[in-house]
Design a protein around this ligand. Structure first.
Ligand SMILES: Nc1nc2c(c(=O)[nH]1)N[C@H]1C(S)=C(S)[C@@H](COP(=O)(O)O)O[C@H]1N2
Ligand SMILES: [Mo]
Length: 217
């Protein structure tokens, strides 16, 4: 008996149409599950607290973010002003240099890309220095700062970011080790020349790519 293809069902016709129109294509790439965890990392379900231990007391009312240095439109944002910027809800994994990683964090806040559009860095601006309310600093190239998925986060898993995790507002730079993600953000300074921050001056890598295991300098 010859193999006859079955008559096209409605579903088959729909699926052919999806193929022609590219339905469900996100245009995004994903790493295979086996490559999702960077080398030397292990998964944790909880979210550890790591910092200098100087938990600063900064309320929503008092919080201000200064954005200055080599920008055409310097700004000082209150929390209200931050909420008036375009809001995004990216999802990303955390990779801490102390070897824990945490998958699928749902953030709420302002993409650093949108912040860059708002303040318009001058041509000479090549790096940013992040300054925090506890005196912590860290440095990023402008490209890493404005990288896809990076944001000024005020929400995590549908709730305000807890004070111990850097609330009211922290940076999240998911493609680099988590020490680059400054908590209790106070100032973003755009500069021409790179300037190492707290951990970068203390033996940690200047860039901190977890996939390249850029842990130490
Ligand atoms: N202001 C500030 N930000 C900081 C730090 C800090 O000490 N002060 N520690 C960094 C380090 S080393 C890590 S691993 C993460 C930890 O963030 P978490 O406590 O929310 O997990 O915050 C980073 N951002
Ligand atoms: Mo860390």
């Amino acid at each position: 008996m010859d193999d006859q293809p079955p008559e096209d069902s409605k579903l088959t016709r729909s699926k052919e149409a999806w193929a022609r129109s590219g339905k469900f294509l996100t245009g995004q790439t994903s790493r295979p599950e086996s490559e999702r965890l960077p080398p030397g990392q292990h998964l944790t379900r909880d979210w550890p607290v790591l910092d200098l231990g100087l938990k600063p007391d900064v309320t929503l009312e008092d919080w201000r973010l200064r954005i200055d240095g080599l920008v055409s439109r310097p700004a000082t944002w209150s929390f209200q002003a931050l909420l008036a910027q375009p809001q995004s809800q990216p999802v990303s994994d955390i990779h801490c240099v102390t070897t824990w990683s945490r998958y699928d964090n749902h953030w709420d806040g302002v993409l650093t890309r949108d912040l860059v559009l708002a303040v318009a860095p001058k041509d000479e601006a090549r790096f940013v220095v992040l300054h925090s309310y506890d005196g912590y600093t860290t440095n990023l190239s402008l490209d890493d700062f404005a990288h896809e998925g990076a944001l000024l986060a005020h929400g995590w898993e549908g709730a305000p970011i807890a004070p111990e995790h850097g609330g009211p507002v922290r940076l999240v730079v998911p493609h680099l080790y988590f020490w680059k993600s400054a908590k209790w953000l106070r100032r973003i300074e755009f500069v021409a020349a790179d300037r190492p921050g707290f951990w970068e001056e203390r033996g940690y890598h200047n860039r901190g790519d977890p996939w390249a295991e850029e842990r130490y300098s």
